[in-house]
Design a protein around this ligand. Structure first.
Ligand code: G4P
Length: 532
C-alpha cells in the first residue's frame, strides 16, 4: 500500500535528514550570492565567494547557461545537493527574472520549503510578492533572510511590518540587527541571547559572545552605551509585542522566521544555515489520486518537474528532472510513466552540479534525479515503480507574449527539432496558424523568453531565425461545434485561428477585451487557458 509508511529504518532515516528547498527573491536582492555562500560553507564549491560574479570571468555554478551570464539573470533552474552535518540538502535554483516565473513556479512544486531573500534597503519587491503567492498556494514554509545589512537599510520594524502587511504572514525575528550601514555592529540572537559581531575590515569575525539578555551590562562595553540602549529599546518592543517563534506556526505557513545578515560579507549565514537544517521540514507527504502518499511509503514514486535540452553541449541530450516523492529510486529499476503507461528502464540516472553530471545508484524522497529523456517524459508526468498512482499535473501559466519564428536558412529539420524540444522544456507554447504559412507562433509568459528562444535556437540547434513579435495577448484552446468556432473567430476583430502541435483548435486574441467578448457571446464554446 502506497499510503502506508514503511518500517524500513534506512528509508526513514534518509527521509528525516533531507531538506529540499528553493531560494526566491526579486532580482539583485542577493539570491546568487547567498546560494554561493551556502555552497562554499557546505564545502560543495571551493572558489572563494568574493571572486564570484557575472562581471568577473567565473560564473556561479548554477548559472551555467551562456545567456544567463550575458544578461546577469538566472534563466534556468539547476539542482545542487550538498551535506551540512548530518543533513542532506537539495537546493533547486530558481530564476529571479519575472519572465521566467513559470520555471520557478514548477520548481516550487518540487520543494518542501523556501528561503526568501529580501534586500534590507528595498523591502518586498514585485517579484518576491509574486513568488510568495505561489508559496502561499502550496503552503510552503518560508524562512526569510533580510540581506545587505552592511549597507544603509530600512528600519527593521518597518521591514517586518511590510512582510506582515504585504505578504500576510506573521514575521518573527530570530535575530535583531545592531545598527545598519556604516554603523552596523552585528546581530543579537533573540533566541539564545548571543551577540554576533560584524567586522567590516578583518577577515575573521570576532567570536560571538553569550550574554544573559539584551540588558546584560557587558553589552555596554562591547557595543558602546548608545547602541546598547537602542538594542534594549528595540528588543523590548519585539518581546513586548509577544512575537515568539513557533515551529508549528512556521510549518503551517502562519509564521516566517526572519534572519538579518549580509550574504556578501558572509555575515549571519551560520545561524541561518543551522535554522535551515533544523527548522525546515523534511520531504512532506504528497497528494495523489490514491490520497496522501508519505515519503516513507515503501514504493518508489515521483514526478517530472523540469525538462532541459542541451545541458551539456557535448552530450546533446535532454534531461528530465525527477523529484523523488516516496520509496527508493534505484539505477536500472523499471519505472512506469503514468501518462502513457510506458515502462522505461532507468539505466542512466544522473545527479547534476551546474554543468557536471555523475551517475547515481540510489535516490531517496526529496532528491532530484536527472533522467536522459529522448522524448518520453513531459513536465508533470508521474513516474512509479510497481504501484500505479498519479500526482496532480503542474498547472501552466497562459502565454501573454507571442512571436512568429521565421527561419532564415534551410535547416528545416534542426529548426523543427529545436522548436519541439524547447516546447517540451515548457519554455513556450507553440501554435500554427490555420491560414497562411505554417510558421510556428511562439507564446511565452514574458517577452524576454522570446529572445532566449531565438538565442538558444542559434546556439544549440545552429539555426538562424528571426522571432518577430505579434500583437496577441492571449491564446486559448477552443472546444465546441466547429461551425460555431469558425463563426466566432470570423466575427470577432483581433483574433486569429490556429492549432497546437496535435491539431487541436486554438484562437489567439489581441486583447483581453476580445477574449472576454468571445467568452460572453459564445456560451456553447469553451475557451481554455490550459490544454483540454
Ligand atoms: P540576485 O541573484 O538576487 O539577482 O542577486 P546577486 O546575488 O547577484 O546580488 C546582486 C548584487 O548585490 C551583487 O552586486 C552582489 O554582490 C550584491 N550583494 C549581495 N549580497 C550583498 C550583501 O550582503 N551586501 C552588499 N553590500 N551587497 C550584496 P553587483 O555589483 O550587482 O554584482 P557583482 O559584481 O558582485 O557580481
Amino acid at each position: 500500500m502506497l499510503t502506508v509508511a514503511s518500517t524500513d529504518s534506512t528509508l526513514i532515516a534518509e527521509v528525516a535528514r533531507r531538506r529540499t528547498f528553493a531560494i526566491i527573491s526579486h532580482p539583485d536582492a542577493g539570491k546568487t550570492t547567498l546560494t554561493e555562500k551556502l555552497l562554499l560553507y557546505a564545502g560543495a564549491i571551493e572558489l572563494a565567494g568574493a571572486v564570484r560574479g557575472r562581471k568577473s570571468e567565473r560564473a556561479v555554478v548554477s548559472d551555467w547557461m551562456d545567456i544567463e551570464r550575458e544578461r546577469g539573470i538566472s534563466v534556468t533552474s539547476a539542482a545542487v545537493e550538498f551535506d551540512i552535518g548530518a543533513h542532506h540538502l537539495t537546493l533547486l535554483d530558481t530564476p529571479g527574472h519575472k519572465d521566467f516565473s513559470e520555471d520557478t513556479y514548477r520548481t516550487l512544486f518540487a520543494v518542501d520549503g523556501v528561503v526568501m531573500v529580501i534586500d534590507a534597503a528595498k523591502g518586498i519587491e514585485a517579484q518576491t510578492r509574486k513568488l510568495f503567492e505561489v508559496c502561499k498556494l502550496r503552503k510552503l514554509p518560508v524562512l526569510t533572510f533580510i540581506n545587505k545589512l552592511d549597507q544603509p537599510s530600512r528600519d527593521p520594524f518597518d521591514l517586518l511590518d511590510e512582510i506582515e502587511r504585504v505578504l500576510g504572514i506573521h514575521a518573527v525575528p530570530m535575530n535583531w540587527p545592531i545598527g545598519s550601514g556604516d554603523r552596523f555592529r552585528g546581530v543579537f540572537d533573540l533566541q539564545d541571547s548571543i551577540v554576533h559581531f560584524y567586522e567590516r575590515k578583518g577577515r575573521a569575525h570576532e567570536a560571538p559572545v553569550q550574554v544573559s539578555s539584551a540588558h546584560d551590562p557587558r553589552l555596554a562595553e562591547l557595543l558602546g552605551q548608545q547602541p546598547w540602549q537602542h538594542l534594549i529599546d528595540e528588543t523590548s518592543l519585539v518581546t513586548g509585542a509577544g512575537t515568539v517563534f513557533d515551529h508549528q506556526g512556521y510549518l503551517d505557513f502562519l509564521h516566517t522566521p526572519v534572519f538579518f545578515g549580509s550574504a556578501l560579507s558572509n555575515f549571519g549565514l551560520e545561524p541561518f544555515l543551522k535554522a535551515l537544517t533544523e527548522l525546515a521540514p523534511p520531504p512532506r507527504p504528497r497528494m495523489s489520486d490514491l490520497g496522501l502518499i508519505p515519503p516513507t511509503a515503501p514504493h518508489f514514486t515521483g514526478f517530472v518537474f523540469k525538462i532541459q535540452a542541451n545541458m551539456n553541449r557535448r552530450h546533446r541530450d535532454r534531461i528530465a528532472f525527477l523529484r523523488v516523492c516516496s520509496g527508493v529510486f534505484e539505477k536500472d529499476m523499471v519505472i512506469t510513466n503514468a501518462r502513457q503507461g510506458a515502462e522505461i528502464r532507468a539505466s542512466r540516472p544522473y545527479r547534476f552540479f551546474g554543468g557536471k553530471r555523475e551517475t547515481i545508484e540510489k535516490a531517496y524522497p526529496g532528491d532530484v534525479v536527472g533522467l536522459v529523456n529522448p522524448g518520453q517524459f513531459g513536465i508533470g508526468d508521474t513516474l512509479y515503480g510497481d504501484q500505479p498512482l498519479k500526482y496532480p499535473p503542474i498547472p501552466r501559466f497562459p502565454a501573454e507574449h507571442f512571436g512568429i519564428a521565421r527561419l532564415r536558412d534551410v535547416r528545416f529539420k534542426q529548426f523543427d527539432d529545436g522548436i519541439r524540444q524547447l516546447e517540451e522544456e515548457g519554455l513556450m507554447q507553440v501554435l500554427y496558424p490555420t491560414v497562411g504559412r505554417r510558421e510556428p507562433i511562439l507564446g511565452t509568459v514574458g517577452p524576454l523568453q522570446l529572445e532566449v528562444l531565438k538565442a538558444r535556437l542559434e546556439n544549440e540547434y545552429n539555426v538562424q531565425c528571426d522571432v518577430d513579435s505579434l500583437p496577441y495577448k492571449a491564446a486559448r484552446w477552443v472546444v465546441g461545434p466547429a461551425d460555431k468556432i469558425a463563426a466566432m473567430s470570423a466575427s470577432t476583430a483581433g483574433t486569429r485561428s490556429a492549432s497546437d502541435r496535435d491539431g487541436r483548435p486554438m484562437i489567439l486574441f489581441e486583447s483581453e477585451w476580445a477574449l472576454e467578448y468571445c467568452e460572453r457571446n459564445n456560451p456553447d464554446i469553451k475557451l481554455m487557458a490550459v490544454m483540454p
